[in-house]
Ligand binder design. Structure first.
Ligand code: ADE
Length: 228
């Protein structure tokens, strides 16, 4: 089984690359796609860069160019739920764009969008529930903005997400186009508040490793399922 794994930054990817065996890297679309093996699975891992277009084009290349049958988006996010702490892991049950301007949209739907929000793949969500780890299954909101105190309350009021990032909804939309299952695994690097920039810088590496810890457990469970 081929699994595509993507993230936005180098810190979010490197600990994963260290664990892949029999690696081979191809440069396409100005980025490095590394294919290797983990838990009996073929995994292609790539740093797609920050933002929605980067996420979309990289997800499409994983699917069409590398034959990924499932996509995992891993990395960090800004927390918007007071019951969550930096380092906690949120699994994307629902994933939406928080920065689409809905003015003039007649039926409350954005053209080309199937629904108000995308869903994480039910089988992959179940697999995560079976890991027995302390995970939060929640709503992730994506926009082209690093969210701080200025945007925080408005996003909470309109969308009630557990966290914000800058890529997941774009990857979810591309996966929806292709009918490919998606799992988003995000660890909180900051609280999207007035201290977010400093907190993000301080916690990026540590939170990335928290999210990847769950990615490894998911791959191991998928590997067992695939073998059985
Ligand atoms: N990723 C990590 N922290 C974030 C924030 N505060 N806003 C958007 N994306 C993020």
């Amino acid at each position: 089984m081929n699994i595509g794994i993507l993230c936005a930054t180098r810190e979010e990817l490197e600990p994963l690359l260290e664990r892949l065996e029999n690696k081979n890297t191809q440069r396409r679309l100005h980025r490095d796609f590394t294919t290797g093996e983990y838990a009996g699975l073929t995994v292609t891992a790539v740093m797609g860069g920050v933002g929605k277009v980067n996420a979309a084009v990289t997800t499409q290349e994983l699917i069409q160019g590398f034959g990924a049958e499932k996509i995992i988006f891993t990395g960090v996010a800004g927390g918007l739920d007071d019951t969550l702490r930096v380092g906690d892991v949120v699994i994307g049950a629902e994933i939406l764009h928080h920065d689409l301007d809905m003015t003039l949209m007649e039926n409350g739907q954005f053209p080309g969008m199937p629904t108000d929000f995308f869903r994480g793949d039910p089988e992959l969500l179940d697999l995560c529930r079976g890991l027995g780890e302390n995970l939060r299954f929640g709503r992730i909101a994506t926009g082209e903005t690093f969210v701080t105190a200025r945007e925080r309350d408005g996003i909470i009021r309109r969308f009630h997400p557990q966290c914000v990032d800058m890529e997941s909804a774009a990857a979810a939309q591309v996966c929806w186009f292709f009918g490919v299952p998606l799992l988003v695994i995000r660890s909180l690097s900051d609280n999207a508040d007035q201290e977010a920039e400093a907190t993000y810088a301080e916690n990026l590496s540590h939170a990335s490793v928290s999210a990847l810890g769950v990615v490894f457990r998911v791959l191991e469970a998928l590997g067992r399922k695939n073998a059985g």
